[in-house]
Design a protein around this ligand. Structure first.
Ligand SMILES: *Cc1c(COP(=O)(O)O)cnc(C)c1O
Length: 411
């Protein structure tokens, strides 16, 4: 007897901005027995995972794989592998994760240039184009959906601007992937990294990425040569060494490629999990998953509005999968979250930066982009707010959400 009980977490409904409850099939995949790193069964799973994520990312990029670690492992791998000290990087910032991209680029010794819009807004392509012309960066790093503000940055016109100005186009699509459109090839993205813990319905801990040939060529000029393991032909790389061994995309590509050169020990359980997330997504159908997130998001939005609450930001550019809700005057925001958590087993999100204490963030993602999850959350929120002294139209949130669902067929 150790005195430690077996794991029995309460059955929370995770309706924040991520993480969310996993799809049950993803949980099963994670309890699957391991095989060896270079077992043909394992390398077969790796190849399948690459193919699945090519489809999910809508790309033909050969170099599509997993970085072991949370979403920022993918961000860091892309940035430290592309940036040489002194390279100019442009980061348009519209929320917390834009600041993260700038911070990681700075640590890679880039000359970082930023432009900003107020939290709750996104950039127009002309603003990004003007900054690119002025700065002439090697790389543009931008977030697609920033959960800190719930905003969704349109990307479809930015790739052509980057191409015309010979700029690499990188996007962190962690929060948006799966629940919103992402067309890697059509939008001319050179590198994209994501995570599983938002709309893909998995846990945090694996970061799928994809890289265009143009991006790969940049990484290959500075391939790190690991003494004693690498073949002679890798020594032709000219640029300065990538400063991280773990995040050296040159070595990671060789590990996932036909040569299977040894790098890290694959986080096999996370690979099983990432593979299952992609299978579930593609079995349901990309457009169907996007539609399911749209109706769940619309229903949650309609519900909070019917309760007389004010959604945050420019609703025309909101991600489908998360809504910011302005905390009404006289309401104790943290007390509401605590009551929801401890009495109703429902978690919603707080906020940070300029929005700290001002908005809650309510997510409808992955497994939880479901009608029953939306309805339970709205009814519970109404009850908790009434307990805080607000007088609210009884059942109005649930009725508004139900109306959205009955107007949307087959979702
Ligand atoms: C949630 C989120 C992340 C998460 O990063 P982790 O390293 O997995 O915590 C990254 N980027 C964006 C845009 C996000 O919304």
């Amino acid at each position: 007897m150790t005195g430690f009980a077996p794991l029995t977490p309460p059955p929370r409904l995770l309706m924040g901005p991520g993480p969310i409850n996993c799809y049950p099939r993803v949980l099963s995949a994670m309890s699957t027995q391991l095989v060896g790193q270079y077992d043909p069964v394992m390398t077969g799973y790796m190849n399948e995972t690459m193919a699945l994520y090519r489809t999910l990312f809508n790309t033909k990029n050969q170099q599509t794989m997993l970085i072991d670690g949370t979403s920022r492992a993918g961000i860091e791998a892309v940035l430290v592998s592309a940036i040489e000290p002194g390279d100019k990087v442009l980061v348009p910032i519209f929320g917390r994760f834009g600041h993260l991209l700038a911070e990681i680029a700075e640590r890679a010794d880039a000359e970082v240039h930023t432009i900003e819009v107020p939290w709750g807004e996104v950039f127009k392509p002309e603003q990004i184009e003007a900054a690119i012309k002025k700065v002439q960066p090697k790389l543009l790093a931008i977030v697609q959906g920033d959960t800190s503000t719930t905003m969704f940055q349109p990307l479809e016109d930015i790739g052509a601007i980057c191409e015309a100005n010979d700029v690499l186009f990188y996007c962190d699509a962690t929060a948006s992937v799966g629940g919103n459109p992402l067309e890697v090839d059509k939008w001319k993205l050179d590198a994209v990294s994501v995570g599983l813990q938002k709309c893909l319905g998995g846990p945090s801990g694996s970061a799928p990425i994809t890289m265009s040939q143009k991006f790969v060529d940049v990484v290959r000029t500075r391939h790190h040569v690991e003494a004693g393991i690498r073949d002679a032909h890798h020594e032709s790389a000219r640029g300065p060494k990538i400063r991280s061994n773990y995040f050296d995309l040159g070595m990671i590509m060789d590990y996932w490629g036909d040569e299977r050169l040894n790098h890290h020990t694959e986080a096999a359980t996370m690979l099983y999990c990432a593979r299952e997330c992609a299978i579930l997504h593609l079995e349901e159908g990309q457009q169907n998953v996007i539609a399911r997130h749209k109706v769940a998001g619309d229903a949650m939005l309609a519900g909070v509005q019917a309760l007389g609450l004010t959604p945050f930001g420019d609703l025309a550019n909101k991600m489908s999968n998360v809504v910011g809700v302005v905390i009404p005057d006289g309401v104790h925001g943290e007390q509401v979250r605590e009551d929801l958590l401890l009495r109703f087993n429902i978690e919603i999100g707080t906020s940070f930066g300029p929005l700290k204490g001002k908005i809650w963030r309510i997510g409808t993602m992955g497994y939880n982009a479901r009608q029953d999850a939306v309805l339970h959350t709205l009814q519970s929120l109404e009850t908790v707010l009434r307990k805080q002294g607000m007088s609210l139209p009884a059942g109005a949130g649930v009725d508004a959400a139900l109306a959205v669902y009955s107007g949307a067929m087959n979702v």
